[in-house]
Design a protein around this ligand. Sequence first.
Ligand SMILES: [Zn+2]
Length: 263
Amino acid sequence: MANGDQFRELIEAYALGALDPQERGSVEAHLAAGCADCAKAVDEARWLVSQLAFLAPDAKPSDMLRGRLLQTVRAEAHAAESAKPAAVIPFWMWGALAALLLFTIYTSWETIQVRKTIDATNEQAKQEIAKRHELAEELTIAQRAAIILTDPRSVKIPMPAGSKDMPKLDAMWHAEMGIVVTGQNVPMPAGNRTLQLWLIPKTPGAKPMPSMMVRPDADGKFMLLVANPPDNMESTKALAITEEPAGGSQAPTTRPIWVGATS
Ligand SMILES: [Zn+2]
């Protein structure tokens, strides 16, 4: 396209996922209209970001790229603080961020040493990504839970207790891998009774959907994994946990002890 293509200056930020929805929409429309220059620029920007770790120290990313990257991460940190499910950072970007931070910390000599480590880490990350997408069914419970708890794409759902005597729980929901709920200092339910998780649908009048059961260990800790949630997060209003008779229930028989809204 001719000089003065107004979209070119947005391309780096677009490749970083750093544009607001309106800007992103206009860039996508422009790309869909077939601007070859901008399409090439997107590829170059993505390549640059993914390769930051391997660039010579004097080939640092532009101030704009650096600024946009940090801006996006700050937005992400802010979103995490306010517990809103606004995480939009693509998975590959975290490696780029780590590399960028290394550039600001290490001298060029040290960078060479560090680069070897990053190399190995990237290889591991590649294998991990392959696993996530292709072998998700073969993951152990612990592996699956670890991914759900650490992947930036997971959405954190705080689950405060209705009673002051009960600790606050946290749930993490990953669109592909499932839900993990963790608790500490949780009192043991009496007798053989159990804690049971429920998904409360957004649809008005819809019944809570029964999910997994768990009992805390002797230290009051538990981790509950739902590998195949009965519904997705978009159509779920809240997670709730009740105490139920051994074996669980098809509908809650007590008031929820914990409730966490999904948004
Ligand atoms: Zn263009």
